[in-house]
Write a protein that binds this ligand. Sequence first.
Ligand SMILES: [Zn+2]
Ligand SMILES: [Zn+2]
Length: 206
Amino acid sequence: MSLPTLRLDDIPEEGLNLTSQVQQEELTLSATEGVFQDGFSLSIDVDKVGRQVNVIGVLVGTALRQCVRCLKEYEDAVELPFEAVYRPAAGSHEPPRAVRSRPAGREPQPAAIEEEGEGDEDAVYTLDGDQIDLAGMLREQIILGTPMQPLCRADCRGLCPVCGQDRNERDCGCADTGLSSPFAVLRQRTGKDKKRSGSSSGKGLS
Ligand SMILES: [Zn+2]
Ligand SMILES: [Zn+2]
């Protein structure tokens, strides 16, 4: 009932399929990185190719987030599919890179670019000896999957910039400053003829 500890030798040729319940603390996820009170259910497929390990899975949980518009906390059902590749640390068990050199003159890119291009989609991690660090990878997936601008709902009307009323609850009747949509902000920026109704409506725009 917790995060499995995986070693290279534990993975049979045919691969592994694991499910488990993982608590937030096991991922060393701090409260600022996410709050998942009930933890996560984790389901992963693990495959070994030589000394490379491919992990495909999904992490499901409920995040407690704060809406950037109305500042209310809300529960966000999170389903994070992920793919990760684990490779031995450079120089440990792999043949030297020179072995994989390309035919001369065929590929003009420098080696550095070639390396960056590897595993475009998959996150690549280094095996810790023969250990597969699931916690570190999952933590990263959760952070990557956290919205920059969490919204309780896509059409959250937010707080009134004039009186602070939560406009999802009721209309306060203040003059609409039009700041609720990013396009309105643009309009206000460019439209010189438009008069602003109050000093607090600018939200930092001058
Ligand atoms: Zn909201
Ligand atoms: Zn108002």
